[in-house]
Design a binder for this molecule. Structure first.
Ligand SMILES: Cc1cc2nc3c(=O)[nH]c(=O)nc-3n(C[C@H](O)[C@H](O)[C@H](O)COP(=O)(O)O)c2cc1C
Length: 140
């Protein structure tokens, strides 16, 4: 059975809901999935993980300077992603994600992950398009 870890940071629940919906979808694909807030991250969670999906709410000046919250960045910087683990990023937002994914990717080690799969949502609900993106992500 494939294994996935979903790591997220949420202030008011939207990103948590999105993480939960992504998790339910992966479970429905028979992937053993754990959904974990950044405060509960432990290195052993990634042991044997095939997929790591990391998500955060968008922080910025609404139209410019979007980046992940420092709490998310500090947690992600400490993670050394195992070589076999494929990474995707997700974010929730109100107006636009702008530079969000670029700035999230900077914290993902090993570096050089400029073409990571990304998912985004205003309301934290998984859409049919998101399912399509996840299906493609799982194929690789
Ligand atoms: C301080 C602050 C800055 C934000 N900056 C942006 C932004 O630049 N662009 C945007 O689209 N949404 C922005 N938002 C909206 C949040 O990213 C959005 O509501 C998100 O879904 C909240 O996620 P959460 O419920 O998981 O905390 C901002 C919210 C806050 C509190």
């Amino acid at each position: 059975m494939k294994k996935a870890v979903i790591l997220y940071q949420s202030k008011t629940g939207t990103t948590q809901n999105y993480a939960d919906e992504i998790g339910s979808y992966l479970q429905s694909k028979n992937i053993n999935t754990q959904c974990v807030p950044v405060g509960e991250y432990r290195d052993d969670l990634l042991h044997d993980a095939d997929y790591l999906l990391m998500g955060c709410w968008t922080k910025g000046l609404m139209v410019v300077f979007q980046k992940p919250d420092d709490v998310w960045s500090r947690c992600v910087q400490k993670i050394h992603v195992p070589q076999q683990t494929r990474v995707a990023l997700f974010a929730t937002y109100k107006i636009r994600t702008g530079s969000m994914f670029r700035n999230m990717a900077k914290h993902v080690m090993p570096a050089g992950n400029s073409s990571l799969t990304t998912l985004k949502s205003r309301h934290g609900n998984l859409t049919e398009y998101d399912k399509f993106v996840l299906d493609e992500f799982l194929k690789n």
